[in-house]
Design a protein around this ligand. Structure first.
Ligand SMILES: [Zn+2]
Length: 169
């Protein structure tokens, strides 16, 4: 019979290979299962980005006023919500509205790859003007993209005025 253990996070009884090793504990396993442990890290990383001024990401989160909804100050509530809303191992937490808070309405889970892809590439005004300029001269969008180290689709969006429309040549 395979050994099992009750997770103190999700309260589920799981096989012991679902727990990380912790040599300091009595049974040499962590009190929470791997899944709960990973979610706890997601939660504490999120809190650090928003509230820990010494965190390297703080300026893009807490420093811009991004906060976490009150209910999620409880790890249990947060974990329960995540599990009920499709979180699984390997997914990162993402805000739909980049200027919005971490709230049930503004959060989704993405793979790390999707998350990087979805992050808007921030261009400065000079770059936007230059991209528009080069496109207008007839340079191919692929070439312009290479020149600025961005994707051709981003160049196209800039040129068509889908993004950064307020910056004109
Ligand atoms: Zn668990």
């Amino acid at each position: 019979m395979r050994a099992s253990k009750k997770c103190s996070g999700c309260q589920e009884v799981k096989s012991t290979d679902m727990f990380y090793v912790n040599n300091a504990s009595v049974d040499k396993l962590q009190v929470c299962c791997k899944l709960c442990d990973k979610l706890r890290i997601v939660w504490s990383d999120m809190k650090r980005r928003c509230y820990d001024k010494t965190n390297s990401h703080y300026s893009r989160y807490g420093g811009r006023g991004i906060a976490i909804c009150k209910a999620w100050s409880s790890l249990d509530v947060f974990m329960e919500w995540c599990k009920a809303n499709g979180w699984r191992e390997g997914l990162t937490i993402d805000r739909v509205d980049n200027d919005g808070d971490y709230t049930p309405r503004n959060v989704r889970f993405l793979t790390r790859k999707e998350n990087t892809k979805n992050r808007p590439h921030k261009l400065c005004e000079v770059e936007v003007r230059a991209i528009k300029h080069w496109c207008k001269t007839g340079m191919t969008q692929a070439k312009v993209a290479k020149l600025f180290g961005v994707s051709p689709s981003l160049v196209s969006k800039v040129f068509q005025g889908e993004i950064y429309a307020s910056i004109s040549l």
